[in-house]
Write a new protein. Structure first.
Length: 360
């Protein structure tokens, strides 16, 4: 497969040669690719400056080192194609060239690996609503489900229906921007582009393991970007603290499960500075695997306020983040569409790249 794309030789060569071979493999002329720029040198410099690290680390190296390199390449290509389609026409030129190369590689890859493993799989990041669902200690009620009818009807057919009720902010749920920012979007007003988008997972499990009140810092974000590339506008950022291992034990998950008392909570969250750094990156939404974007001891909810004043929604009590790669997943986070709501039950799912699908 790699040979048929001309990639094996390309990856072993200097990257200028790789560019030429990719263009060749897709039936494009080099001048067609280079023509996007004023000169070949300008293209090369732009790629070196902006895209080389991503290209080498996320496409070339994984494609050669992963057990199923062709599938890895295909998944990455498709992820980037989706990303590129969202970008506006005046996107920086380096990204346009990168897109051309990626799309050309994908066209060839799609034709040769269709009989092998699927290019993606689905992972549910949602806790089911039931009697154990964790709510904020001051919530006036919990998940309520009452049977309206269950069994055989007089007409001889089976019928089942329930009545449900829940506070908006419990279980895996949405925080609409209006939750902490007057005049911002309500649940039904949030643009779908904020709810369905490429996702990154920032791992802060080490910090949370030694400090129940650990905060995501700007340094965590910058370290992530150093390893995995910049967090681009329109990305859904998911913060992984490892807290799902405590679910559904409310005492361990919240730090204190005394009903009606939220004064002694202890769990990790996002610092105000980190929230502002995510606002500056124009992220689509921010999710976390704890009960709140702010950490347990917070009394002023500065992370909530910073994000929501910028119109950025939150996802809380997100499950199974250990199964989502740092980069490469597509996130679909669709809440119940409550008119005028400040949040609501959320079904959040990750579309994983093929390399994260082993054993699923
Ligand atoms: Zn909430």
């Amino acid at each position: 497969m790699l040979e048929s794309l001309g990639l094996r030789g390309a990856c072993a060569s200097p990257y200028r040669e790789a560019l030429a071979r990719l263009a060749e493999a897709a039936g494009m002329s080099k001048s067609g690719v280079f023509g996007v720029f004023g000169s070949k040198e300008e293209l090369q410099l732009a790629i070196i400056d902006k895209a080389q690290a991503i290209f080498m680390e996320e496409v070339v190296i994984p494609a050669l080192s992963a057990p199923r390199g062709a599938d890895r390449l295909l998944a990455l290509c498709e992820g980037f194609v989706r990303h590129v389609r969202r970008m506006s026409a005046n996107t920086h030129r380096w990204f346009f060239a990168y897109a051309l190369l990626t799309i050309s590689g994908c066209g060839a890859a799609r034709g040769t690996s269709s009989e092998t493993a699927p290019a993606s799989c689905l992972l549910d990041l949602t806790y089911a609503y039931d009697d154990e669902t964790i709510y904020w200690p001051t919530a006036p009620s919990r998940f309520h489900k009452e049977t309206l009818f269950y069994g055989e009807t007089e007409g001889g057919y089976f019928y089942g229906a329930y009545e449900i009720a829940t506070p908006e902010h419990g279980g895996t749920h949405l925080d609409a921007p209006i939750h902490f920012a007057e005049g911002q979007d309500t649940t039904d007003e949030i643009p779908l582009q904020r709810l369905i988008a490429p996702g990154v997972v920032i791992d802060m499990t080490d910090a949370a393991a030694v400090d129940r009140d650990a905060l995501l810092t700007v340094e965590h974000i910058e370290a992530f970007e150093g390893l995995h590339g910049a967090i681009t506008p329109g990305t859904i950022v998911l913060v992984h603290t490892g807290w799902s291992r405590h679910w559904p034990n409310a005492e361990r998950y919240l730090g204190d499960a005394t009903p009606g008392d939220a004064s002694n909570l202890h769990f990790p969250g996002i610092s105000e500075e980190a929230a502002h750094a995510l606002v500056a990156r124009q992220v689509a939404a921010v999710g976390i695997d704890t009960a709140s974007l702010d950490h347990g001891p917070s009394k002023d909810f500065l992370a909530h306020r910073a994000l929501m004043e910028a119109g950025i929604p939150g996802f809380e009590n997100v499950a199974h983040l250990h199964g989502v790669p740092s980069r490469g997943a597509e996130i679909i986070a669709l809440p119940m569409k409550i008119a005028g709501g400040s949040g609501g039950p959320l079904r959040i799912v990750a579309v994983l790249p093929a390399t994260s699908c082993e054993g699923r």
